[in-house]
Design a binder for this molecule. Structure first.
Ligand code: KG4
Ligand code: ZN
Length: 357
């Protein structure tokens, strides 16, 4: 039996400092040996969002002991690590640079290969941490910065079917929360408040619902919430608005996912229909339940990462590292931090005023 690879993954693209050691079993499926995440919620709470300079400073303070702890907890010795994989983008350059430089220096110091990882590819492959999935599959990536439908044909082979033309879903959740006076990051709180509310109380808009294929838009919804939130007087009205917002998001995702299924089938012609949902918002139970039911109706297998691996973490970076390591896809130590790094480099940029769908 050949020696199993040990991969160190490092993630610092936004407000989580994370490190993980990953290996694989005899069948080639990943096994997490350690997964350390330190969130900066307390650092950014009073500002209502992530402040890049503060985030970078916090990464610098923590990266050393987070990596040390990940190695210690894994039981693996430094000399046994076979490659170091760091997130190189997309994200905040000042934040990315911390994990990227640390990873490069670490790899150089142990004389092992360095692998630059796309954060979105980490989310895309994160369900591999608990499910046995093979390519191809349809991916819905829903996080604080991205909302996209992608055909995942192979490692590094993506075709974007649809994307948000303005805000990401997580961003819409966080902005709605802010308007309702809920502390950052409000997404998970909105889900809790929505449980106590009447989802039919407010009729909110569904931008580009009847056009634009499976592209998405949430900016108009946010503007409508801004208007309604000004008139809210009672706690119950707050719950009702949270519930109405979530119901609207779910209706949008229901319709757009059906379109994405058809586009996936037409473009990829898969033998099996598999639907992976990843990113921070994939932790939302109501959204999960709706998508699971839709999959039942349309004969798709729904696949989600474990809830604790939906948000940013380093195990998902290490899993990309593991796949690239096996293919010997290594990077040079001058690899840059990339603030923008789409999975489908050929897809048209679809953001901003005047976008034609
Ligand atoms: O993937 P992630 O950790 O970071 C990015 O790469 O953006 O996603 C974070 C986003 C935040 O906007 C957060 O509010 C949202 O995911 N989120 C949720 C839930 N949990 C996290 N949104 C709705 N419901 C949730 N339960
Ligand atoms: Zn993320």
């Amino acid at each position: 039996m050949s020696k199993k690879p040990f991969i160190l993954g490092i993630e610092t693209s936004c407000d989580e400092t994370a490190a993980s050691i990953l290996t694989e079993n005899d069948n080639g499926y990943p096994i997490i040996l350690s997964n350390i995440i330190s969130s900066q919620i307390d650092v950014h709470k009073e500002f209502g969002g992530v402040v890049p300079e503060l985030a970078a400073r916090s990464h610098i303070e923590k990266i050393d002991w987070i990596v040390k702890k990940a190695i210690e907890d894994s039981g693996v010795e430094i000399k046994e690590i076979d490659a170091v994989a760091s997130t190189a983008g997309p994200g905040l350059v000042v934040c990315l640079s911390v994990g990227l430089s640390f990873g490069k220096a670490f790899a150089a110091s142990i004389n092992k290969p360095f692998i630059a990882v796309n954060h979105l590819e980490g989310h895309a492959l994160s369900p591999k941490l608990n499910s046995k999935i093979n390519y191809p599959y349809l991916l819905l990536l829903i996080s604080g910065g991205h909302s996209q439908y992608l055909s995942v044909k192979n490692l590094g082979e993506y075709k974007r079917l649809g994307t948000t033309i303005d805000d990401a879903i997580g961003e819409a959740y966080d902005k709605t929360a802010k308007l309702l006076g809920i502390e950052f990051p409000g997404g998970p709180q909105i889900e809790i408040l929505a449980e106590k509310g009447d989802p039919h109380r407010y009729n909110l808009p569904k931008p580009i619902f009847n056009k634009g294929g499976c592209n998405l838009s949430f900016a108009g919804l946010k503007t409508a919430i801004l208007k309604v939130s000004k008139e809210i007087k009672t706690e119950q009205e707050k719950f009702d608005l949270a519930a109405s917002f979530q119901k609207t998001v779910i209706e949008i995702l229901y319709k757009k996912t059906k379109i994405a299924f058809t586009e996936f089938e037409n473009t990829v012609k898969p033998k099996e229909n598999k639907f992976v949902v990843a990113g921070g918002v994939a932790a939302n139970k109501k959204i999960r339940d709706m998508l699971i039911n839709l999959c039942k109706d349309k004969s798709y297998e729904p696949i989600f990462p474990p809830i604790e691996l939906c948000g940013d973490n380093a195990a998902m970076i290490a899993v990309v590292g593991l796949e690239k390591f096996k293919l010997k896809q290594f990077n040079n130590l001058d690899y840059p931090a990339k603030p923008r790094w789409p999975l489908d480099e050929k897809a048209k940029f679809l953001k901003g005023a005047g976008v034609k769908l």
